[in-house]
Design a protein around this ligand. Structure first.
Ligand SMILES: Cc1ncc(COP(=O)(O)O)c(C=O)c1O
Length: 383
């Protein structure tokens, strides 16, 4: 009954593990990749008003012009990045849909696509669903989980159709300086490769500034599909709204698929997103709070012996279990059953990462403090 392609795709390692967590009371979950904040009140209020106004229809496939124009102005002001709202911006049902559309628009069967690992779980799965081949660019803790230019050059010699970038990264929190991005672009620019750049954690950058890949040069912009959304920085996961920016040929092709599959993003969410772009103060407050938690948990994880690179963005730590000589699933299960703390085994983000766990700090400081006590209690048993 089921297509062979779909059958061969592995289920999300995060979901698999969280099926175990479901129904277990008193668990502190440091597993899910979701803000613990509620969307800012002015965003919720706009959604309520939109409903009261009877805004319950479809919108144009490409999305409300008022939102596309607001996004265009926002990117111009923040990054001097100019996208024409008429034809270079598409509103999607989250970055998830934007990513799916970008891959389906650009990639053909048997094409090669570079995925940097550890990766966000959707990337290899959706590339494989397009019958394309994933070329993994594996990063290492010793390099701060950053792309090694030598490895990138090697993979580029196989003439991939596209590369997927994600910074700040899920699961490592790594991001790149302007100079590092320039170096990556210098290598990519020698080839015809398309860059699909998932920058959903852009607002949650704690060190230095974020630099969209498309802002590196006009040429980089023409070759990049810039994906962004409201789920993380604006705490709007349930609204399901994101956007893709690219040259007009790519946006028009993505919109073709979108018009047959999703039709449009929900109108209420689109109106709420217009409001969200005015909620910078609330975004800054959430960012400051994540940073406070990050500073606490990274210091504590390193103190108790789980070596952790300082994440520069997003809200995850990718912590090493190397010293413990224990596999990531076994550790995660012990932590869950013995101490009632849920983290995600590293193998969900690439099979090489069996000695890592992803720990989300999108949780209250009190819960993070309690989790460290429980992690220490487990470590004293197994070390
Ligand atoms: C890197 C990355 N991209 C995309 C998404 C999905 O975002 P959205 O809610 O906009 O679909 C997530 C969610 O965890 C993510 O971590």
């Amino acid at each position: 009954m089921i297509s062979k392609i779909v059958e061969q795709v592995s289920p999300s390692g995060i979901r698999e593990f969280f099926d175990l967590v479901l129904g277990m009371p008193e668990v502190i979950s440091l597993g899910v990749g979701e803000p613990d904040f509620i969307s800012p009140w002015r965003v919720r209020e706009r959604a309520i008003t939109a409903l009261e106004e009877g805004m319950t229809s479809y919108t144009s496939n490409q999305g409300l012009f008022v939102l596309r124009r607001a996004i265009s102005n926002h990117l111009k002001k923040k990054y001097s990045l100019a996208y024409n709202p008429e034809e270079e911006i598409l509103i999607t049902a989250g970055v998830s849909e934007g990513f799916d559309l970008a891959v389906r628009t650009v990639v053909e069967p048997k094409d090669k696509v570079i995925v940097v690992s550890p990766y966000y779980v959707a990337y290899p799965a959706l590339v494989q669903i397009c019958s394309a081949k994933v070329l993994y660019l594996t990063t290492r803790q010793e390099d701060g989980f950053k792309i090694d230019p030598k490895q990138l050059s090697k993979l580029l010699s196989q003439n991939p159709k596209a590369i997927i970038l994600n910074y700040p990264s899920n699961p490592t929190g790594v991001t790149y300086s302007y100079e590092e991005l320039k170096e990556i672009w210098r290598l990519l620019s020698k080839k015809e490769v398309i860059v699909i750049s998932d920058e959903i954690y852009e607002e949650l950058t704690y060190e230095g500034s974020h630099h969209p890949f498309a802002s590196l040069s006009q040429k980089a912009k023409m070759r990049t599909v810039f994906l962004n959304g409201f789920s993380k920085g604006y705490a709007m996961t349930g609204f399901r709204v994101g956007y893709a920016c690219a040259n007009r040929r790519i946006i028009s092709a993505m919109n073709k698929i979108h018009s047959y599959s999703a039709l449009c993003a929900p109108i209420i969410s689109q109106l709420a997103a217009v409001e969200a772009l005015q909620a910078q103060r609330q975004v800054n407050q959430m960012r400051n709070e994540y940073k406070r938690r990050r500073d606490f948990i990274v210091k504590e994880l390193n103190r108790v012996g789980l070596s952790t690179v300082m994440p520069e963005g997003a809200f995850y730590c990718f912590s090493s279990l190397k010293k413990l000589k224990i596999k990531s699933m076994e550790f995660a299960k012990k932590l869950l059953y013995d101490q009632k703390v849920a983290v995600v085994p590293g193998t969900a983000f690439g099979k090489e990462f069996d000695c890592y766990v992803r720990i989300s700090y999108a949780n209250s400081l009190d819960n993070l403090k309690e989790s460290i006590v429980r992690i220490e209690a487990l470590l004293s048993k197994i070390c």
